[in-house]
Design a protein around this ligand. Structure first.
Ligand code: CTP
Length: 156
């Protein structure tokens, strides 16, 4: 049987069902699934700040039964080197990257898969930060109310 290796890359911060859906779809298309997880230093270069550090993001992705190998992604140019090194026949990534890696088509089949709607790390971070802001606002309102009650007390 012709063994197929597929390689993909991503940050996978705050691992969510969008990530899992993609990785499950990818594993269904190959025998060996290799995931390049962006290191914290590489994310900084991309202007992304992760909540979960690289070592834990890599452990979480590796723990998924559909993932065979995790490798660190440290720079933009490494994809071509990895594809040759691991003899991958497919490179796949979500369609938020559509067209961005077409230059790899001379050595590998390049696929862009539809993203899962309605979930992303950015949205999760926004929700957490909004709920934190709401909590702060509620504490501030409670304190202001308590202060106004104190002001109303006639201290002699
Ligand atoms: N992905 C997906 N569906 C989603 C979110 C992500 O298919 N709803 C895919 C991306 O297209 C990428 C991989 O999962 O191929 C890893 O995504 P990542 O780089 O971690 O991006 P996001 O989860 O979208 O995070 P962010 O909002 O920070 O960009």
């Amino acid at each position: 049987m012709n063994k197929k290796t597929l390689i993909t890359y991503g940050t996978f911060d705050l691992l969510h069902t969008g990530h899992l859906n993609l990785l499950e779809k990818l594993k269904a298309m190959c025998d060996t699934l290799i995931v390049g997880v962006s290191t914290d230093e590489f994310n900084a270069l991309k202007g992304k700040k992760c909540i979960v550090p690289y070592a834990d993001r890599a452990r979480l992705v590796k723990a998924l039964s559909v993932v065979d190998y995790v490798i660190p992604e440290t720079h933009w140019e490494q994809k071509r080197v990895d594809i040759i090194k691991y003899q991958a026949s497919m490179f796949a990534i979500g369609n938020d990257w559509a067209g961005k890696f077409d230059d790899l088509q001379d050595i590998v089949q390049v696929l862009y898969l539809p993203r899962t709607e309605g979930i992303s790390t950015t949205e999760i971070k926004d929700i957490i930060s909004k709920s934190k802001d709401e909590k702060i606002l509620s504490i501030r309102n409670t304190l202001q109310h308590a202060l106004s009650l104190l002001d109303a007390v006639d201290v002699k």
